[in-house]
Design a protein around this ligand. Structure first.
Ligand code: AFP
Length: 305
């Protein structure tokens, strides 16, 4: 049953600048969807800074989001997964943001879920994920949802079409918590490249814990399953990629912030929570493990930590 509170009303308790930034992000990402069919195929001539092909939709989403967010006058700097160097906004603007403008590009052509990840800070890097002022993600699935937290509860909204033609985000779930019983798990990379210990742990998730494997290949979509059903998600350290695949600043920090604020835990496979890792280089990758607290605790024990 849908609540009657709009996102705008929900954000009203926040400082005006933060509320406006989150509301703008929500509005642009809502409007963007109507243009997706124009950019479903093709890649840009130049690869991105990681040497990966940039889908037309990636490039368009990045430009649209950056242009519109800068226009608010609230953004001092944007670090984007798709930008060679950060883009500068007004020097006196209050926020520095991180952006994964299109999380899950490999799902564009197959018409599977993809999304956007936003991190909002007051200071510039170096800093930690724990310094996030807010984090949000957009998930384009059969319905269009937005999840945000400012560190005081995790809230989910759904794009709602009114009979008079208006379109707004309406509250779907407030103060979300990962369900106590972990139900699903998803792990990226090739099992033969995981460490033996980790492979054993993953095997036990379905053998002993009876959890169901679910993997979409879009972090926000896989995380959404953990948030709603309880469980575990990882893109681990692998042979050949000890730092895993996911980017600390653009992907791991914002979603770990949301996960921990929903009662879950995150781990970097080394020292502790992803949120306590100092982000020196916005483009760095990091192994990621997140989900229900007991699952992460068990993982730590089995990996010798
Ligand atoms: P792209 O945005 O480049 O498609 O990467 C998506 C992603 O970073 C993350 O959303 C997924 O969890 C992960 O990569 C999927 O990686 P695999 O394709 O190796 O499963």
């Amino acid at each position: 049953m849908l609540g009657i509170k709009t996102l705008k009303e929900h954000l009203a308790i926040l400082p005006d600048d933060l509320a406006t930034l989150i509301e703008t992000f929500a509005q642009i990402s809502m409007d963007m969807q109507t243009n997706f069919p124009k950019y479903l195929s093709g890649v840009e001539n130049e690869p991105n800074k990681y040497g990966e092909a940039v889908a037309k939709l990636d490039a368009w989403a990045n430009k649209t989001l950056c242009d519109n967010l800068l226009q608010t006058g609230l953004v001092r700097k944007i670090y984007s997964e798709e930008l060679q160097t950060p883009v500068e906004g007004r020097e006196d603007a209050p926020f520095v943001i991180t952006l994964d403008p299109l999380d899950g590009s490999s799902n564009i052509t197959t018409n599977n879920a993809f999304g956007i990840i936003l991190g909002i800070y007051r200071s510039d890097f170096p800093q930690k994920g724990r310094d996030l002022v807010a984090a949000a993600y957009k998930l384009y699935g059969p319905v269009n949802t937005l999840v945000y937290t400012t560190g005081k509860g995790v809230h989910e909204f759904v794009k709602h079409y009114y009979e008079d033609g208006a379109v707004r985000f309406l509250l779907l779930h407030e103060n979300m918590k990962l369900p106590i019983k972990p139900e699903v798990f998803g792990v990226g990379g090739k099992p033969m490249q995981w460490s033996g210990n980790f492979r054993e742990f993953a095997k036990n998730l379905f053998k002993e814990k009876k959890m169901r494997p679910r993997y979409c290949g879009t972090f926000v979509a896989d995380f959404s399953q953990v948030l709603h059903r309880g469980g575990f998600f990882s893109y681990p350290s692998t042979e050949g990629a000890p730092d895993g695949k996911l980017r600390l600043a653009y992907e791991c920090a914002p979603l770990s912030f949301i996960c921990e604020n929903a009662g879950g835990a995150s781990w970097d496979g080394r020292s502790g929570s992803i949120l306590d890792v100092q982000i020196e280089d916005a483009d760095a990758r990091i192994p990621l493990y997140l989900g229900n607290k007991e699952v992460i605790e068990e993982l730590k024990k089995t990996q010798g930590n």
